[in-house]
Design a protein around this ligand. Structure first.
Ligand code: GLN
Length: 486
């Protein structure tokens, strides 16, 4: 049951072919075998998960109908609240912080009879692209233990990849679902801004943050999206729009679908093996009946610079709440209120988070606001305009998810700019707020997965999933890496 699709697993549990507890136990066995080498989970919630699985089996025993995720073991990135257990966003400052309520996405999965199996490792406050910024542990790539799993949802991507859960949740601010999905060879979907409630997500950059699923197939991602999307009175940024059943979109094929290749994404710095795999995938879409044409997104090259003004600015404001008074860590050395703030924050935040707070505070300060924050906002508007113009001509944009396959642990950790550049292809769609996903489209000679990114206009997740499903049907990717590789 650790290899079958989420949809099939839920059907088997709902029909009684297998119990939720058996499914859970199989995953726990696999976790015990893998976790010492992988480090994907910060916490495996074994007793809680066993209780949930038993409750689901009991419900079935009473003849009640089970939900769409019956008995599906789900891993949750550690920045989404799970009631009654520690939730830290990978940061020391939140060590010991016990969540008072469930994030809406967690609640919606539980309402469909999923089992919350544990919380996954991440870059501190989702700032990073390798999961190396976690305050607690390193996560290894299941395909090659010397490589990073990507980030910041690296734990979720690694857990899904290795079969340590059936489905995972991640969050994506500038690429944190799509980039680790591409590094681990799984499907990762960043929905349109406003498609999914963020109530209970620990905020990083509120105008960009989105929650989304990581899964081993397009169908599983579609199922997860159908469950967690939709309006939420607890999140005013969540769009009041109906949720289609995304599973119905998967069979439509790509005949006549217009696919755009943005010329600005095929530039120096793009690894030739990645480029070849992405171009081959686009040719496959063409052979399935899609019309492929070139498009231009002329402001792409300004996206990373603008993002690294906007995201840190928002972070500096969001993270001001962590002051040692209300949540998590409180310095034991403090004697005055001033010291309490200074020492709690100084001890609690890691170096990348401090760098972002300083960058953001600077960019927002009087005298610099217009030059940095204001200008970056205007660049964002131009980037949005690029996509709007492109979506007049095409239905879907195809591009690499990342410029390279997974890099080695430690390779970029001392060079923040090199790390920032691994999101060069995912940041523009985040800035525009539209929908995008990454799905596996091949491997390097060294055996590492390569991700194809597909981008669609806002609230066109159905089109995105339809194109991805058509590609996946002719290029299925099911093999799980074996534990011996790690
Ligand atoms: N790597 C990017 C950053 O560090 C994006 C992170 C994310 O999407 N959460 O900001």
């Amino acid at each position: 049951m650790t290899t079958v699709s989420t949809a099939a697993l839920a059907r088997d549990v709902a029909s009684g072919n297998v119990s939720a507890e058996e499914v859970l136990q199989e995953h726990l066995v696999r976790i015990r075998a893998w976790e010492p080498k992988l480090g994907a989970y910060l916490r495996v919630l074994e007793p809680e998960a066993v209780a949930q699985a038993r409750a689901i089996d009991a419900k079935r025993g009473r003849g009640e109908k089970l939900g769409r995720l019956a008995g599906v073991p789900v891993a949750v990135k550690d920045n989404m609240l799970v009631r009654g257990v520690e939730t830290t966003a990978g940061s020391r400052i939140l060590q010991g912080h016990v969540a008072a309520y469930d994030a809406t996405v967690v609640r919606r999965m539980l309402d469909e009879d999923a089992v919350i199996l544990g919380q996954t490792n991440m870059d501190e406050f989702a700032m990073g692209s390798s999961t190396e910024n976690s305050a607690f542990q390193v996560t290894h790539n299941p395909w090659d233990a010397d490589c990073v799993p990507g980030g910041s949802s690296g734990g979720s991507a690694a857990a899904v990849c290795a079969g340590l859960c059936s489905l995972a949740l991640g969050s994506d601010t500038g690429g944190s679902i799509r980039q680790p999905a591409s590094f681990c060879g799984v499907v990762g979907l960043k929905p349109t801004y406003g498609r999914i409630s963020r109530h209970g997500l620990i905020a990083f950059a509120s105008s960009l943050d989105q929650i989304g699923p990581l899964a081993r197939s397009v169908e599983d991602a579609a199922l997860a999206l159908s469950v967690i999307a939709g309006p939420d009175p607890m999140d005013s940024t969540c769009a009041i729009m109906p949720v289609p059943d995304y599973l119905n979109e998967l069979e439509a094929g790509v005949k006549g679908l217009r696919v755009g290749l943005p010329k600005e994404y095929f530039v120096a710095g793009l690894d030739p093996e990645v480029e070849a795999a992405v171009r081959a995938a686009v040719a496959t879409l063409g052979s399935l009946g899609a019309e492929v044409r070139e498009v231009s997104l002329p402001h792409t090259r300004y996206a990373v610079s603008a993002y690294y003004i906007l995201a840190p600015s928002e972070a500096s404001s969001n993270l001001a709440r962590f002051d040692g008074v209300r949540y998590g860590r409180r310095s034991a050395r403090a004697r005055t209120l001033e010291e309490l703030y200074e020492l709690s924050r100084g001890e609690g935040f890691g170096p990348e988070v401090k760098r972002r707070i300083m960058l953001g505070t600077y960019a927002l300060s009087a005298g610099y606001y217009d030059a940095y924050y204001g200008k970056a906002q205007r660049v964002r508007t131009l980037i949005k305009g690029d996509f709007s113009a492109a979506f007049q001509q095409v239905d879907v944009i195809a591009a690499p998810a990342a410029p390279t396959a997974a890099f080695r642990l430690g390779e970029k950790s001392s060079d923040p700019v090199a790390m920032y550049l691994s999101d060069v292809f995912t940041i523009p769609s985040s800035m525009a707020g539209n929908a995008s996903l990454s799905l596996p489209c091949g491997r390097t000679k060294g055996g590492l997965p390569i991700g194809l990114q597909l981008i669609a206009d806002s609230f066109c997740e159905g089109t995105l999933l339809r194109a991805a499903a058509a590609y996946e049907r002719v290029n299925p990717w099911s093999a799980l890496p074996e534990p011996t590789r790690a």
